[in-house]
Structures are given as structure tokens and as C-alpha cells.
Ligand binder design. Structure first.
Ligand code: DC
Length: 221
């Protein structure tokens, strides 16, 4: 059984997918973390995001693998666990910019499909329902207004003691949405058979309950 959750940055995909995976005993696969790990490598190597040839060459050399530790996905980049290093805005933006390249996507899609063929997964990302797992039993398109997503991100950063500007975060999110939705290869969009869930006015528990109901109704999961 595979559950695909797609949607824009900050819609709550990872929080929801993690909770559901725990409840159902599925493996949670965070595909954004894989694009981030690749992006970290390009940044560390000083490769310009605009240089497709160098990015493609580097992508073919990268050894990327996934391991699970206490139920949490760990991304290994050339043998190094980079989970902590990939959670910065810089890496997120680089991931969004470099994920447009077909060679980057091909490599990661193959890894994602392999993971899903081995076990029951809940996988989140941008192209899971449309491209990675077109036959997933349940497909969710989880979204929220950019204002809501920006406020959530702002609260998260404030809680960590970081100073930030709400308007800047919102503009950044909108720029990322535009890039992810308008790229040529596997753009972010709702799959025809995906169910739309708007989390703008819902609590985490309400979103989980909504998706639980969709799973039960469609596939007795
Ligand atoms: O979900 P995230 O913020 O960790 O993802 C970072 C970027 O990676 C996102 O802006 C676009 C890219 N991405 C993608 O192209 N396809 C996916 N399945 C997951 C992420």
C-alpha cells in the first residue's frame, strides 16, 4: 500500500505524513530531504545552480542512500548523515532551483520508487502522485494559503529564537511555489485522482482525521 502526499512548501505534509505513518505502521519517506541533500552537495562543491552540465555530472557521482533510525529517515550523502545540515533556507532554495534538472530528478525518482516497492510507504513531495507513484492507493494534495504557510514558518523560526520578517517569508514561499509549479519536468500539481485537502483553517489533528477518513473510505486502510 502506498499513500502519496503532494503539496507546496509549508502545507504541513511532513507533520501529517509522519503522524499517519506511525499510526498505520508505514514507512515515512520525505523526498524533499533527498533533493536537499543533493543541493547541499552542489553548495559545498561551489557549483552554480545555473550550470546544468556541472550539476548533472555531480549528480551522477553522488552516493545517496536512506536509512531509518528509531523510525526517523536519515539521509546519507556519500556516507555522511546530513539530516541536520539540510534544514536551512539556503539549502531549501537551492533544492528548489536544482530540482528542475531532469538528471537530478531521474536519480531520486528511481531511489524513491525502489523504497516504495519494498514496503508500505507514505511518501511526501511535489510529484509523488503524478510521477513517482502513479498507482498509489491514496493520493492527497495538501495545501494552504501562502499567508497561513508563511505564518506557520514564522512562528517556527521565532520559537527557535531566530529573527525574521513575516512578509519576506511569504514572498520567499510564493517564489518557491512559482518555481516548483512552473518547471518543465514534473511540476507540482494536483494529480487527477488526488483528493484536495486545504489545511488553512484546520488543526494538525483535523487534517490527520480528514486524511484518515479518505484512506478508510477509499481503501479500508
Ligand atoms: O519539501 P521540501 O521543502 O523539503 O523540498 C525542497 C525542494 O525540493 C522543493 O522546493 C522542490 C524540491 N522537491 C521536488 O522537486 N520534488 C519532490 N518530490 C520533493 C521536493
Amino acid at each position: 500500500m502506498n499513500i502519496a502526499i503532494d503539496g507546496p512548501a509549508g502545507a504541513g505534509k511532513s507533520t501529517i505524513a509522519r503522524k499517519l505513518a506511525e499510526e498505520l505502521g508505514y514507512v515515512y519517506v520525505d523526498t524533499g530531504a533527498m533533493y536537499r541533500a543533493m543541493a547541499l552537495f552542489f553548495l559545498e562543491q561551489g557549483i552554480a545552480a545555473s550550470n546544468e552540465q556541472e550539476i548533472s555530472a555531480a549528480a551522477s557521482l553522488i552516493d545517496l542512500s536512506i536509512r531509518y533510525q528509531d523510525g526517523e529517515q536519515q539521509v546519507l550523502l556519500n556516507g555522511e548523515n546530513v539530516n541536520r545540515k539540510i534544514r536551512t533556507e539556503e539549502v531549501g532554495n537551492m533544492a528548489s532551483v536544482t530540482s528542475v534538472y531532469p538528471d537530478v530528478r531521474r536519480k531520486l525518482v528511481a531511489l524513491q520508487q525502489k523504497l516504495a516497492s519494498d514496503t508500505d510507504v507514505i511518501m511526501d513531495g511535489r510529484d509523488i502522485g503524478t510521477c513517482v507513484l502513479p498507482n498509489a492507493e491514496v493520493k492527497i494534495y495538501l495545501t494552504a494559503s501562502s499567508a497561513t504557510r508563511a505564518k506557520r514558518r514564522y512562528d517556527e523560526l521565532c520559537a527557535k529564537g531566530e529573527t525574521c520578517d513575516l512578509n519576506e517569508i511569504r514572498l520567499d514561499i510564493e517564489e518557491r511555489d512559482a518555481r516548483d509549479m512552473n518547471r518543465e519536468t514534473s511540476p507540482l500539481k494536483q494529480a487527477e485522482d488526488a483528493v484536495l485537502v486545504d489545511s488553512s483553517d484546520l488543526t494538525v489533528e483535523e487534517v490527520v482525521e480528514t486524511i484518515r477518513r479518505i484512506c478508510r473510505k477509499n481503501h479500508s486502510i
